[in-house]
Each structure stands twice: as C-alpha cells, then as structure tokens.
Write a protein that binds this ligand. Structure first.
Ligand SMILES: C[S@@+](CC[C@H](N)C(=O)[O-])C[C@H]1O[C@@H](n2cnc3c(N)ncnc32)[C@H](O)[C@@H]1O
Length: 316
C-alpha cells in the first residue's frame, strides 16, 4: 500500500515508496507546538476545498500553534478564522499578533540577544504586560525541551549540534512569519477562552467549519497531560457538541478504542491516517467527521514539491 508518513518536527516525510519533504508545507506558525498539525496541512486543504461553498468562518477551538487557521486564511480557503485557546501564555502571543501589535513582537525578538543567561532571565520573569508575556512565551517555546509549554520543561542544554538555546532561535524567520500574520490579521479573531463555549456559540452557523484538535488524553493516554497546562478534555461532551453542529467539522484524535467507540456511538465516520511521531515511531491518528468521502485516495503518495522558500527545512 502506498502511504504517507509524517515527521512532526522533522524535515522529511517518508512515504511507502517516496520521501516527501515537509518543507513543502509553509511553516506559518510562531510556535514549535507539541501535537502541532503542520503534517496534516495537505489533508486540511483537501477538506476545505471539498466544501461546496467557501466557508465564511474557520473555527479552531483548541488552537495551540494555530497552523490550521493560518493556512486556511493565508491560502484563501476561508474568509476568516476564529482561534480559541485556554493557555494564558499561548493566548498572549495570539492576542498580540491578531490585535495588530505584531510589529512590536517582531522587533523585540530581533533585538534580543539569545544566550543561556538571557533566556533564563526572560523565562523566570513574571511580566505584567501582554506584550512581554507574549515574548516570554516565544522564548520559552524555542528554548525548552521539545517546545513543551507545560510548567517545568527545562532549558535546552545541548540542542542541535550542541548549540543549546540557539538551536531553535531563528529571529529573522520568526519576524518574517509575524509579518505574514500581520498581513492577514484583520481576518483573524482570537478568544482566550474555553473552546467548548465557542462550539455552543456557533452551533447553528451553517457557514462555519470547525477544526478540532484536542489534547490526546482519551483511553488514559498521558501524553496530553504532560504536554499542555490545560489538558483536561471531556471527550464524550466534545463528541456530543460536534455531532450537533450545523456546519461541517473534522476532529483529529489518537487512534484508541475509546475514540473509535465514541465515533460509532455518535454516528460519525473515522479514517486512520499514518504518521510518524517525534520519536519516529509509526502510528496512525484518526480523522473524524460526518462525511469523509473527501479522504478517498488518501493513500496516494504526495509528490515531492519544490522546497518552501520561506525557511530552511530545519527552521520549524
Ligand atoms: C493538540 S493541541 C493543538 C495543536 C494545534 N492543532 C497545532 O497545530 O498547533 C491542543 C490545545 O488545546 C488547548 N486546550 C485544552 N483545553 C482547552 C479548552 N477547553 N479550550 C481551549 N483550548 C484548550 C491546549 O492548551 C493545547 O494548546
């Protein structure tokens, strides 16, 4: 079988027969996000293009690094996007860039001298301003192990090629991404709140589509608990709310018995999608929705595309 397999923060997507470079997907997010969905972007595009009418609003109730919303808006697949995130630190970044204050953040990043001492000072600070909190989040996200946002993640000691905190510090790349987000910021709305409430708010909106990527904690899985400050998910309630939405939606989930059972009970469809996790272990995740006909042919091999010009392959 020809299959696609993805590397979360890696450079190369291996397929059953060919390797496809993940750099062909523009890295638009400001975050290195645990559980980030950059690898899913080709499928996201197919789903959005399969909609009969171009969606008026793309809603991402568990936004994290927000690659889905950014892709949808920057590639004109939807008119606007609403991102929701509960984590206060992650929210600070979104609040700054969606309010049109990205220029300040870009300048702060460009003028910062990154080294162990300065990174530790920024991370241990408790800033009152939203701007400085946003900056601290970026530093923390770039300089701690695996980009893990939950409390207690240590500073990178070795990093790549022994470069420590500099391993993932790409100020120009980040500034360029902030500028790109700024260009579309009027089409982006952010809410620092609970994603469940927004599902209720937009329940009857037929012009809305929803991309739902919750922390993976179903079936007693612990990964979500370790990776995020907010990881409690009532999976049953989420399925219940999603199945009541007027607009189309997809959920991405880990492939476990509890999730498969919820899918059946709520009359939804699920299809496995092969991927590689950060440890290069092969696994499948599930795409869940009302009608997944658009996924027919999912197993075809992606053609290698020209390398994305905006960033080196390793600048994730
Ligand atoms: C799997 S991550 C999303 C990753 C994202 N799709 C990306 O590509 O970067 C799940 C996110 O949901 C957030 N979260 C958890 N519970 C939430 C809630 N009730 N409402 C909003 N966000 C929540 C977590 O803080 C985390 O950032």
């Amino acid at each position: 079988m020809e299959i696609e397999q993805y590397s979360l923060f890696g450079d190369v997507i291996h397929t059953g027969y060919k390797a496809v470079n993940v750099a062909s997907v523009p890295q638009r997010s400001l975050f290195r996000y645990p559980g980030g969905k950059t690898w899913f972007v080709p499928r996201l595009r197919e789903w959005l293009k399969s909609q009969i009418d171009r969606p008026v609003i793309f809603i991402e109730p568990f936004a994290g690094g927000g690659i889905a919303s950014l892709t949808a808006v920057c590639e004109n697949l939807v008119s606007s996007a609403l991102l929701i995130e509960l984590d206060e630190d992650v929210a600070a970044v979104w609040e700054v860039v969606t309010s049109g204050d990205g220029g300040w953040l870009a300048d702060r990043i460009l003028s910062f001298e990154m080294n162990n001492g300065n990174a530790a000072t920024v991370i241990s600070d408790n800033p009152e301003s939203l701007r400085e909190r946003a900056f601290r989040t970026i530093v923390k996200n770039r300089c701690t192990h695996g980009g893990i946002m939950a409390a207690g993640a240590g500073l990178l000691k070795k990093g790549e090629s022994g470069k420590g905190v500099l391993s993932r510090w790409y100020p120009e790349t980040l500034a360029r991404r902030i500028k790109a987000i700024h260009l579309v910021h009027s089409k982006l709305e952010f809410k620092h709140s609970d994603g469940y409430g927004v599902l209720d708010e937009y329940k009857d909106d037929k012009d809305a589509v929803f991309f739902i990527d919750p922390p993976y904690t179903a079936g007693g899985k612990k990964a979500g608990n370790r990776l995020y400050t907010h990881s409690k998910v009532n999976h049953e309630l989420l399925f219940q709310k999603c199945s009541g939405l007027s607009g189309d939606f997809i959920m991405t989930y880990d492939n476990c018995a509890e999730v498969r059972d919820l899918t059946v009970r709520y009359g939804l469809q699920a299809k496995p999608i092969p991927m590689k996790n950060t440890h290069h272990a092969e696994m499948t995740e599930l795409v869940i929705g009302r009608n997944l006909d658009w996924m027919d042919g999912i197993n075809r091999v992606l053609e290698q595309q020209a390398q994305y010009k905006g960033a080196k392959a390793s600048e994730t």
